[in-house]
Design a protein around this ligand. Structure first.
Ligand SMILES: *Cc1c(COP(=O)(O)O)cnc(C)c1O
Length: 389
């Protein structure tokens, strides 16, 4: 008899999910606190747009929760990343290292700066940038001149590295920070997926010169759409606020803008939602941990696939849970996606690797065999906090 991996996986997931629903999305928002109260307040008072008290309150709560000196709320996570790179002085013609296994926003933000992504490989313990392989790659391709790192093959300056904490699991920041120091490369963290995730007890986003968060509808908390820049550099934080709010100098009536600014503001209405979400964030994270634990149990000793558990140095938010098919079973991936989605269980493969997209196909990259292997075997499974109820 044929060992039907697709139906065994479907059953294993169903056993974890609460009964009685016909559809289980990958990640739906939870509104369990003051969401209606605070957004109604915006509408009743008329403060729905670019001014109002909730933006500041949201920013304070984000800085406090992440343990960073400053948080700046913006229109979305991609805009946050764009500003992180601009303020790190990523300039036209530069190269910026980033993982091939990431959401397209990471690479797009680099392209917005007229810089070129240079894709690096992932590691099996984190799914994110592998420090050993990164060090080996830089040793091979780079040369340091003065305070700057250059790619010997392309002649371009390698200005920054963007790491991404994949599905809420922290990369191994310690060695990555050391490599960035040694090679004079600025570290930026794309922490869009890792709100609530700590690396060795410190919230992710504290090690980059600047880091970005996202509050899109499918993220751990949502503001409808939104993002934030977090940083421990007060001066850069101040500049980030200025440049994302059209670079206008405060004045009673004058429109004086002292640089090219961006309208990347988060509206007060969205920030009101964010404040309510921050109030329930600890309970959301606890529920997400419960769901992850149940999946881990369901897949312990399972033949043909394993649940991906947090690396030892990461206290992960388990934003999106995932299973990895055993080597040799990658051919079954699409059958499993077919079977689970047909059963009302929303599952998704990993993103297509960045160098496979038309606009990034000619970008420089390291050997990407681990990212390729992960892409072939990875399946995200339902992860909403309410699945714990
Ligand atoms: C969600 C996400 C972003 C930002 O997305 P927005 O929709 O612009 O808020 C950036 N990078 C990664 C890895 C993401 O998952």
């Amino acid at each position: 008899m044929k060992d039907d991996l697709a139906s065994r996986i479907t059953d294993a997931i169903i056993n974890v999910l609460p009964k009685g629903k016909s559809f289980y999305p990958l990640h739906e928002p939870t509104f369990a606190g003051n969401e209606i109260k605070y957004t109604s307040d915006c509408i009743e008072t008329g403060w729905v747009s670019s001014a109002g008290k909730y933006v500041e309150i949201f920013e304070e709560k984000l800085a406090e929760f992440t343990g960073t000196k400053r948080a700046i709320a913006v229109s979305n996570g991609t805009a946050a990343l764009h500003v992180c790179l601009l303020l790190a002085n990523v300039s036209p013609g530069d190269e910026v290292l980033c993982p091939a296994l990431t959401f397209v926003a990471t690479a797009n933000a680099i392209a917005y700066c007229f810089a070129t992504p240079n894709f690096v490989d992932s590691g099996y313990t984190t799914l994110g940038v592998d420090p050993l392989k990164l060090k080996e790659y830089l040793g091979r391709i780079s040369i340091i001149k003065g305070d700057e790192c250059f790619n010997k093959n392309t002649g371009k300056r390698i200005k920054a590295l963007v790491v991404m904490h994949t599905f809420g699991h922290s990369v191994d920041l310690g060695p990555i920070i050391e490599i960035c120091k040694a090679y004079k490369i600025t570290l930026i963290e794309d922490a869009a997926e890792s709100l609530g995730t700590k690396y060795k007890g410190v919230h992710t986003g504290n090690s980059g010169l600047l880091s970005s968060l996202s509050f899109n509808g499918n993220k751990t908390i949502t503001t409808g759409g939104g993002g934030a820049i977090i940083t421990n550099d007060e001066a850069l934080g101040k500049l980030a606020k200025h440049i994302t709010t059209t670079a206008k100098l405060a004045h009673k009536w004058e429109f004086y803008h002292d640089m090219v600014g961006y309208n990347y503001r988060m509206p007060n209405l969205n920030a009101a939602l964010g404040v309510a979400q921050m109030e329930i964030l600890p309970s959301l994270l606890a529920k997400k941990k419960t769901v992850a634990k149940r999946y881990q149990q369901a897949f312990s000793g399972f033949e043909g696939a394993e649940f991906f558990a947090q690396p030892e140095f990461s206290d992960s938010n388990y934003w999106l849970n995932l299973i990895l098919l055993s080597k040799g079973n990658s051919g079954e991936r699409d059958n499993i996606l077919e079977a689970t989605n047909a059963a009302g269980i929303m599952t998704r493969p990993a993103w297509l690797l960045m160098q496979k997209l038309p606009m990034y196909k000619d970008c420089p990259h390291d050997d990407l065999s681990v990212a390729e292997d992960l892409e072939a075997r990875l399946i995200n499974i339902p992860s909403s906090p309410n699945l714990a109820d």
